[in-house]
Write a protein that binds this ligand. Structure first.
Ligand code: HEM
Length: 224
């Protein structure tokens, strides 16, 4: 086997792939949040629709979009492989070593949160991405504004965003550990960056959802 593939198929390699794909996906979230902030402009979604049209029509962005979907898939498949490997190792070495209770709980919570984030993403993509990219809807902002008028949908988003935050918080911790960056020297920088991703970004999305729910999305009324 090619040495590169041999490495990414090793236990350490799989963890590195998991960390790097997770970090890239987190960077996508920052771009996604920045684009979605256009929904708050109070222009009936004109700026947001212009942005969505650009994203949908630009070949470079479309190619990056395929990369993004590939990265999501890689993160999921790799996660399942790590889980499978750990499970087999535990079964084989049962009694030989004891994993700490809290580690087991944390890794269980990571799996549970991963499954819930995946469920959220499936609903999310079905609602917005399919409308924009598959059904060719032009007024995506109107779909977003309409969707967040439903209390149940808003609640679903708020709960999901909390779970996304949890997943990112622990994901960041283990990614920095895997990449050997969790040292004293970088401690405060790492804390700062990780809070930005696990708290500020999900809170930003939650703000958008609540803002639309309470204002309908277009609060600016032009006075003649
Ligand atoms: C206020 C909350 C959010 C809104 C209003 C929103 C809106 C949208 C819209 C309108 C699209 C499809 C159209 C387009 O790409 O232009 C989209 C795609 C997508 N969203 Fe969101 N989103 C939100 C939160 C999230 C969160 C929290 C995640 C991930 C945890 C996420 C992940 C994605 C992904 C992966 C895509 C497909 C991207 C692509 O292929 O271009 N979104 N979102």
């Amino acid at each position: 086997m090619n040495p590169f593939f041999r490495f990414i198929n090793s236990s350490v390699g799989k963890k590195i792939v998991m960390s790097l794909s997770g970090l890239f996906l987190s960077i996508f979230l920052v771009e996604h949040l920045a684009g979605n902030l256009l929904l708050l402009k109070g222009d009936n979604g004109e700026a947001f629709n212009g942005y969505a049209k650009f994203m949908g029509g630009n070949p470079i962005v479309r190619t990056m979009e395929i990369g993004l979907l590939g990265l999501i898939l890689l993160h999921i498949v790799n996660g399942i492989r790590i889980w499978w490997e750990n499970r087999s190792a535990r079964e084989k070495g049962y009694g030989a070593y004891k994993i700490q209770e809290n580690t087991t709980l944390q890794s269980r919570m990571m799996k549970l949160s991963a499954a819930l984030v995946l469920f959220f993403l499936t609903v999310h993509m079905r609602t917005f991405w399919v409308s924009a990219r598959i059904l060719g809807e032009h007024d995506i902002a109107a779909i977003v504004y309409a969707q967040f008028q439903h209390g149940v949908y808003v609640l679903f988003y708020l709960v999901s965003l909390t779970i996304v935050g949890y997943h990112l918080r622990h994901g960041f911790q283990s990614a920095f550990q895997t990449l050997g960056l969790r040292t004293k020297k970088y401690q405060s920088l790492i804390e700062f960056v990780s809070v930005l991703f696990w708290f500020v970004v999900p809170a930003g999305f939650a703000f958008i959802v609540l803002f639309i729910y309470f204002t309908g999305g277009s609060p600016v009324v032009s006075v003649q």
